[in-house]
Design a protein around this ligand. Structure first.
Ligand code: UDP
Ligand code: MG
Length: 304
């Protein structure tokens, strides 16, 4: 009999934890699937760890990993994958926005031999217009970089042991689970689910943290933004040639362009373009610096 591990990253989820544990365990028991649940406490400031311990007292199939501080959802997912012992491993949110019922559908597909089962969002649930637009822009860039349609992607996935081992062997610091699980290949399939409303607690993402998350992931997955320098250079060269010829012709025919205005405008435009491009390059250098330091992705303080 094969075992399904369910990895649940949890950050300040004390209100949702027991509900999530009960809902997931309930559905799996109902369908006679052997399971274990691994909660990863991502350095919560509230009573999440205590709740995990409480859940584990009631159900010995529940395990916990506690980070020494908040390392972010990606780190929590990878720590969970590392701690899971099952033949297949599912990852889902602690707020039950990923319906546990879908797990069953995914597990059945795994039994049929699929190795990477992805749950895609049929509807995105309640989100502000700004959030929706940002998410759209982000996924368009990511989809372009990874050549897979990621506009409906989520972190709700079920992976075969083989896929998990491959992911765990990757030395990347800035690993982006959602994109890497596509990238590794294997037999992939997707199922649809409706994003549920969060029952209790609040979303852990502020607009700032989402933008940072998006930038880090784009930089860790795609080098296309670096080509922006080349292209702005080429465009400036063409514009410069045209403008240069015109300026020379006017000079030779005796009515040269007015001096200062032109010079000031050119310096301002060129200066900003150069700075912006240096910024993009600088961002990639920062990412390289992060990678070569080779620090661990997370630090575990407790585990059972
Ligand atoms: N999460 C985490 N670390 C973080 C932020 C979030 O482990 O730094 C977890 C959180 O506990 C939840 C999941 O990631 O289980 C999704 O977070 P949330 O529901 O806040 O995001 P949203 O659904 O709003 O995208
Ligand atoms: Mg959520």
């Amino acid at each position: 009999m094969s075992v399904l591990s369910v990895v649940v990253p949890a950050y300040n989820e004390e209100q949702m934890l027991l509900k999530a544990a009960a809902a997931i365990a309930g559905v799996l028991k109902e369908n006679a699937i052997e399971y274990e649940i691994v909660f990863v406490d991502d350095g919560s400031a509230d009573g999440t760890w205590a709740q995990i311990q409480k859940a584990a007292e009631a159900d010995t199939l529940i395990h916990g990993v506690r980070f020494s501080r908040n390392f972010g959802k990606e780190a929590a997912i990878f720590a969970g994958l590392g701690a899971a012992t099952g033949d297949c491993v599912a990852v889902m949110d602690c707020d039950l926005q990923h319906p546990p019922q879908t797990l069953i559908e995914m597990y059945r597909l795994w039994e049929q031999g699929f190795e990477v089962i992805e749950a895609v969002k049929k509807s995105r649930g309640k989100e502000s217009l700004f959030h929706r637009l940002c998410a759209k822009a982000f996924y368009l860039l990511m989809s372009d970089a990874s050549s897979v349609d990621m506009t409906r992607a989520s972190d709700f996935k079920l992976l075969d042991r083989r896929a998990v081992s491959v992911l765990l062997e990757m030395p990347e610091q800035g690993a982006f689970f959602r994109a890497l699980s596509f990238w590794i290949g294997f037999r992939q399939v997707s199922v649809e689910f409706d994003v549920q409303e969060r029952e209790a607690g609040v979303s852990k993402w502020s607009t700032r943290s989402l933008i940072r998350y998006a930038l880090v992931n784009i930089a860790s997955y795609s080098s296309k933004p670096l080509l922006v320098s080349t292209w702005t250079g080429v465009i400036c060269l063409l514009a410069g040639l045209a403008l240069g010829i015109q300026t020379l012709v006017r000079y030779l025919t005796g009515n040269a362009v007015a001096g200062f205005t032109t010079v000031i405008l050119l310096i301002l435009i060129m200066g900003s373009l150069v700075m912006i491009n240096l910024g993009i390059i600088g961002y990639y250098i920062a990412r390289i610096y992060e990678e070569v330091k080779g620090r661990p992705r997370y630090i575990i303080s407790q585990k059972f």
